[in-house]
Design a protein around this ligand. Structure first.
Ligand code: NDP
Length: 433
């Protein structure tokens, strides 16, 4: 805290991981201490912070701050998304980059951990303004990334449009056509099923973990928060697996639709019209629209937070338990506060942490990298099948790791240990670097 003040989200993420690793570290304390393994793990290999000037539609110059944190490359090139949101600061990027190390390790694929972004807000900006920002952002970022060094992707506020503008600028400056970004459009090297991957992966993992606990997702009711990339495809897959999602939300309000969220309508509002959720209520008068927060007050079996960090708090957790919720699976990164997580686990709610539950996105990004290297494109079914296999093996690995250290059913501990073991093994093998 003294070394990195004003980074509460980063401290929260580190604390949560280190608490879980206590048993592993205690078993090899001398080595960890002598080689300063944990100290090296929490210190990014490198971090960049840079000015992003751009001109708005009125001819006025705007200035944002850009970030890229290259956290750990022990098991592969840095990999992690770019967040564009006014709340972005170094502490948020570091928390996301730190989590990414373990998540990427859990996928079983050769990718290190990194994260980046800017405090730019794409909301309410014209396409030209978004392009001007993305070009300026990439003009600086392109010095630090590359297909074999660091491969950014989308995150909050960075979708297909933004990735396209950034890719164009990278190619223009560096003069190479390479898979330097993932989440690209299908016409220029993107992977089928990448758009759906995080939401689909979340449901594949949820289904597997329920199965490990002798339960079937079919017929369950679910609450989803958010209405962006992760939320939309989580809802779609939940419906395909026979569950019913009755809520979604954005930063101003939330929808309760007892008939189940209409995914086609939601996609039209959010992906095509880029409009607010009030439009959902206009199109489906049978649904309810409420201002503010509230999706966790609905009676459901499953809660799938898919918006942002710390959106599910202790009060929400109590409400979910009271309503008989049996499982929480995190589509977003760190959406549940530590107190809420502990409470849910104490009450016997199955809890799947984001670094395992939302790893389908980055796993499919790694598959996009493989396709780019081969200069081939795989079919939707081929990618989706691989994604299902990856999520099933993550479910088994985190369950086994928890069991091995005497924490059966604690998937938070299981995910942290399983992700950590591979990274630390690789760090050890590579010497003091
Ligand atoms: P999007 O920008 O597509 O959607 C984010 C959604 O969350 C929107 O509905 C947004 O509402 C809402 N939201 C964002 N910030 C806030 C906030 N501060 N308060 C309330 N609501 C908010 O992002 P994604 O769906 O891509 O990402 C969602 C989460 O999933 C993030 O935590 C991200 O890091 C994580 N994630 C994403 C992956 C991916 O592949 N996209 C992979 C792994 C994790 P509004 O539109 O009103 O802003």
């Amino acid at each position: 805290v003294q070394k990195n003040p004003a980074e509460p989200e980063f401290h929260q993420a580190v604390k949560e991981v280190l608490e879980s690793l206590r048993v592993v570290v205690e078993a090899n304390e001398e080595k960890f201490r002598k080689d300063a393994l944990l100290e090296r793990l929490v210190e990014p290999e490198r971090q960049f912070k840079f000015r992003v000037p751009w001109v708005d539609d009125k001819g006025q110059v705007q200035v944002n701050t850009g970030y890229r944190v290259q956290f750990n490359s022990a098991i592969g090139p840095y990999k992690g998304g770019l967040r564009l949101h006014p709340s972005v600061n170094l502490g948020i990027i570091k928390f996301l980059g730190f989590e990414q190390i373990f998540k990427n390790s859990l996928t079983g694929l050769p990718i290190g951990g990194g994260k980046g972004g800017s405090d730019f807000d794409p909301k309410g900006k014209s396409d030209r303004e978004v392009m001007a920002f993305c070009q300026s952002f990439m003009t600086e970022l392109c010095k630090y990334i590359g297909a074999d060094t660091d491969v950014p992707a989308g995150d909050i506020g960075t979708g297909a449009r933004e990735i396209g503008y950034m890719f164009g600028q990278y190619k223009r400056i560096r003069g190479v056509y390479e898979g330097v970004l993932t989440g690209k459009g299908l016409s220029y090297g993107g992977s089928l099923a990448r758009t759906e991957a995080t939401g689909y992966g979340l449901l594949y993992l949820t289904k597997e973990i329920l199965k490990l606990n002798g339960k079937d997702i079919k017929g369950m009711t679910a609450a989803v928060s958010g209405s962006g990339n992760v939320a939309i495809y989580a809802i779609q897959k939940a419906h395909q697996l026979g569950a019913k999602v009755v809520t979604c939300s954005d930063s101003t309000g939330w929808i309760y639709d007892p008939e189940g969220i209409d995914v086609a309508l939601l996609k039209d509002i959010k992906e095509v019209r880029r409009a607010r959720l009030t439009e959902y209520k206009k199109a489906k008068p049978g649904a309810e629209y409420h201002e503010g927060k509230g999706v966790w007050s609905v009676k459901v079996d499953l809660a799938l937070p898919c918006a942002t960090q710390n959106e599910l708090q202790l009060e929400d957790a109590k409400q979910l338990v009271e309503n008989g919720c049996i499982m929480v699976a995190e589509g977003a990164n760190m959406p549940t506060t530590m107190e809420a997580t502990e409470y849910l686990q104490e009450k016997g709610v199955i809890f799947a942490p984001g670094k395992a539950a939302n790893a389908g996105g980055v796993a499919t990004s790694a598959l996009e990298m493989s396709q780019n290297s081969e200069r081939l494109s795989w079919s939707f079914d081929e990618v989706d099948e691989k994604l299902q296999g990856i999520m099933a093996s993550i479910a088994n690995n985190i369950s086994d790791a928890a069991k091995k250290y005497g924490f059966e059913g604690n998937y938070v501990v299981g995910a942290n240990i399983a992700g950590f073991e591979k990274v630390v093994d690789a760090m050890n093998a590579q010497g003091i670097v």
